[in-house]
Write a protein that binds this ligand. Sequence first.
Ligand code: GTP
Ligand code: MG
Length: 149
Amino acid sequence: VDVTYIMIKPDGVQRGLVGEIISRFEKKGFKLTGLKLFQCPKELAEEHYKDLSSKSFFPSLIEYITSGPVVCMAWEGVGVVASARKLIGATNPLQAEPGTIRGDLAVQTGRNVVHGSDSPENGKREIGLWFNEVEVIEWTPAQAPWLME
Ligand code: GTP
Ligand code: MG
C-alpha cells in the first residue's frame, strides 16, 4: 500500500480552505494516517524542496512555505500517490482542470495551495521528514469493506 505526503500550504490555511481540501481526499476514500497544523522551519522547507534548490524561484518558495502555518497530512491507499496528484491538478493552477483542487481554488503557481508527493518513494521520504513516528497512526476505518472488495 502506498503513502503520500499532502500539505496544505500557508495560502490554503490563510484562505480558510483547510476543510474543503481535506474533504476531497477523505471523500475519495483514502485513509488519513497523520494530521497536524505546523509552522515549518526554514531548514525543513529547504530539505523538502532540495531538488529545486538551483531554481531562481527557490528563495521565494522557501519564504512562501514558511510564511505561516501549514497542514501536514499522511494519506494511505492503493495508488494514492498518483491519484492524489490528479485530485490536486497541474502545478500552474491556470492550467489545472476544473474539478481539481488547484483548478477550482487557485490562480498562480506561487500560491497553489497544496503539495502532493510525486512518487511512492518520495511519499515515504516526506512523511519521515515531516512527521515523528508516533504521529503516524495505523488504524482500520469502519468503511474499509465498503470501499474495496
Ligand atoms: P508540489 O506538490 O508543491 O511539489 O508541486 P508540483 O509537484 O506540482 O511542482 P514542483 O515540485 O515542480 O514545484 C514545487 C513547488 O514550487 C510548486 O508547487 C510551486 O509552489 C513552486 N514552483 C514551481 N515552479 C515555480 C515557478 O516557476 N515559480 C514559482 N514562483 N513557484 C514555482
Ligand atoms: Mg513536486
